[in-house]
Design a protein around this ligand. Sequence first.
Ligand SMILES: [Mg+2]
Length: 222
Amino acid sequence: MSAKSAFFIDVDNTLLDNDHIKDEIKISLVKVFGQKDADHFWHHYNGFRDYQKYIDFPKIIRGYCHELHGDKCRMEFMQVFNSIEFKHALYPKVPEVLKYLKSIGLVNLFTEGDLVYQKRKVEESGLKSLVDKVYLFDHKMDHLEEVIEDFADARIVFIEDRADYLGKIKSLHPEIFIIHITQGHYAKIKGENFKTINLKFKKVADLLTLKIHQIAVKGKYD
Ligand SMILES: [Mg+2]
């Protein structure tokens, strides 16, 4: 008999259209601060992301406002961020997909970002209420081992838009089943081990066609 399945599903550009959210933030920032200051903010943002390898909006905003504007700047930024409606950014049929995967196994979110903005995103989008557990880290790939150790007896499946992350998971744990959702701008980056991807779907809604026999890893669970 097969062990229970455990899904680890990414959030940004897998369940939630983060490219769309970022475009909304860009438009709002230009309205509030003007094009020049908004461009300067994104320069800060890109510098932080390239150096730290993750996004921490509160820290980026603090750094930017400290340099240029002060408290008023921080308040205006918070207004922009507080006005984002995350629920509208879910990809089509995400609640149905999560409900369907829960009928097969345990469903976890495996996401990364800062503990303020990303946490809000996961809660206010409604995603938190649709899954069994949320794993949120600043650099999630650093926590892969501790996350999967709770599911040693399960058939583990990772679902992501980033082939480089999936390839890394597969190289460390060939027995894990990996599914690439080719949505968003990261989907174009292949990554070193992209050929090891088990299944590929264009849209997250396509997961509704997933059959339990497709995620079996031959040999390990038979
Ligand atoms: Mg992603």
